[in-house]
Design a protein around this ligand. Structure first.
Ligand code: GRF
Length: 210
C-alpha cells in the first residue's frame, strides 16, 4: 500500500460484510482509519476490532436531531484523520453538513440499480416489482437519499425461485468485489465528479459495468 493511501472512515450499522471486504482487500489504495457505527451492538464492530482498526460508536439516540448526529459522526471521523466516508450498510441518513465536511468524498453502496428502488427495502421491492435484473450501485452521496453521482454499477439476475434472502446473498457477492474496487480507485485519485457523471481517469482492469 502506498504511503499516500488516504485514510477513510467506514460507517456501518450491522453485519459489516462489506467492511470485511474492505479490510481483506490488501492491495487497496486506502487505509481504514476508523470504523464508526450508530449502534454499539453492530456485529461489524467486532470485525474492526479483530483487524486492529479503531472503532467509534455515535449513538443516534444521543442527539436531538439529524444535524447534531451528523456533526458528531463527521467530528469523530476527522478526529481519526479520515479524509473520506464510506457508508457500508449505514442505516442512518446524514444531514447536509456532511457533504460540506467531505465534498465529493462520501461513498455509499446500495443493493439495487439506482435510480430504481432507493431506500431501505431495495431487494424486496425489486422482487415485488418483477424486474428481471437488479444489482449493485456505488455512488457519491449528495443531499438526496440514494441519489448522488453513480461511480459504478453491476447487474444481478433475478431467478424465478429467488426470495429476498437468496437474492441479497448474490447481490452481496457482487458488493464485496465492487466496493473495494471503487474505494481503491478513489484512493488512487482516479475518480472525478462532473455534475451527475463520474469520470474514471484511467481505464481499470474491471470486468464491471461503469
Ligand atoms: C448491503 O447490502 C448494502 O448494500 C446495504 O446494506 C447491506 C449491508 O450489509 N446498504 P453488510 O453490513 O455490509 O453485510
Amino acid at each position: 500500500m502506498p504511503l499516500a493511501a488516504p485514510p477513510i472512515a467506514v460507517l456501518i450499522s450491522g453485519t459489516g460484510s462489506n467492511l470485511q471486504a474492505l479490510i481483506d482487500t490488501t492491495d487497496g489504495d486506502y487505509r481504514i482509519a476508523v470504523v464508526i457505527s450508530d449502534r454499539e451492538d453492530a456485529p461489524g464492530l467486532g470485525r474492526a476490532r479483530q483487524a486492529g482498526i479503531p472503532t467509534s460508536v455515535v449513538p443516534w439516540s444521543s442527539y436531538e436531531d439529524r444535524d447534531g448526529f451528523t456533526d458528531a459522526v463527521c467530528e469523530s471521523a476527522r478526529g481519526f484523520g479520515a479524509e473520506a466516508l464510506v457508508l457500508a450498510g449505514f442505516m442512518r441518513i446524514l444531514g447536509p453538513s456532511a457533504i460540506g465536511a467531505f465534498p465529493d468524498a462520501i461513498i455509499n453502496i446500495h443493493p439495487a440499480l439506482l435510480p430504481a428502488f432507493p431506500g431501505a427495502h431495495a431487494v424486496e421491492q425489486a422482487l415485488e416489482h418483477g424486474v428481471r435484473y437488479t444489482g449493485v450501485t456505488v455512488h457519491f452521496v449528495d443531499e438526496q437519499v440514494d441519489h448522488g453521482p453513480i461511480i459504478a454499477q453491476e447487474p444481478v439476475v433475478i431467478l424465478p425461485d429467488d426470495d429476498a434472502g437468496s437474492l441479497h446473498a448474490r447481490i452481496q457477492t457482487v458488493e464485496h468485489e465492487l466496493l473495494p474496487r471503487v474505494v481503491s480507485a478513489f484512493g488512487r485519485g482516479e475518480l472525478a465528479v462532473d455534475g451527475r457523471h463520474v469520470r474514471w481517469k484511467q481505464p481499470t482492469h474491471s470486468k464491471g459495468v461503469r
